[in-house]
Ligand binder design. Structure first.
Ligand SMILES: O=P(O)(O)OC[C@H]1O[C@H](OP(=O)(O)OP(=O)(O)O)[C@H](O)[C@@H]1O
Ligand code: HPA
Ligand SMILES: [Mg+2]
Length: 181
């Protein structure tokens, strides 16, 4: 385990099992439909790669990405969402499934889901690996949730603190002294 991690919250095995379950549920709901998977860079990349393959072969899936940033290098949302990179293709008339690592205050997803609906998508749904409802400031409907997590700052499996720890295979609770120092 990484020295900056206090405790493993979700192991590699727990994540893998849950990702397969989510993929199976999504595959049933979208069977034979064309769907654009919108990954929210950078936190979602690891989950995105796994969920895209867990969905299976019966959906016509297109991959696209957006980059939004609201945390900068800290552990609290700035409250302002910036689009740093937009989608490559229009989603007008398309089914969109947004793939996210975590819904925390809800600031990012509240903004992003509204933004995608306003582009005329046929439907917009959200799959998030983690949901941290205790910290919610803006309402967000999460269609597919991997795990509900308590109010700890977590890292790994794509999630960072100051751009570090994204490559950890598990999700761990970051030691307070790492960000309070
Ligand atoms: O619900 P919220 O409070 O808005 O927090 C969730 C968002 O914050 C993180 O992204 P961040 O802005 O840190 O960018 P990153 O994905 O590059 O880490 C995370 O990946 C979500 O996109
Ligand atoms: O707990 C978290 N960890 C990493 N990034 C985050 N972005 C929002 N909440 C978190
Ligand atoms: Mg981040």
């Amino acid at each position: 385990m990484h020295n900056d991690v206090k405790e493993i919250l979700l192991s590699e095995e727990q994540i893998a099992t849950r990702v397969q379950e989510l993929g199976a549920a999504i595959a049933v709901d979208y069977k034979d439909q064309e769907v654009v998977l919108v990954g929210v860079l950078k936190g979602a990349v690891v989950f995105y790669a796994d969920i895209a393959r867990a969905i299976g072969e019966d959906m016509d899936v297109k991959l696209d990405f957006m980059s939004c940033s609201s945390y900068g290098d800290g552990t609290t949302s700035t409250g302002v969402v910036r689009i740093l990179k937009d989608l490559d293709r229009s989603v007008e008339g398309k089914h969109v499934l947004v793939v996210e690592d975590i819904v925390d205050t809800g600031t990012t997803l509240h903004y992003l889901l509204d933004n995608l609906k306003a582009r005329g998508a046929k439907s917009v749904r959200l799959v998030a690996l983690l949901n941290k409802p205790e910290r919610r400031k803006m309402p967000v409907h999460v269609d597919y949730v991997g795990f509900e997590v308590p109010d700890y700052f977590v890292v790994g499996y794509g999630l960072d603190y100051a751009e570090k720890y994204r490559q950890l295979k598990y999700i761990g609770i970051l030691k307070e002294e790492v960000y309070q120092a």
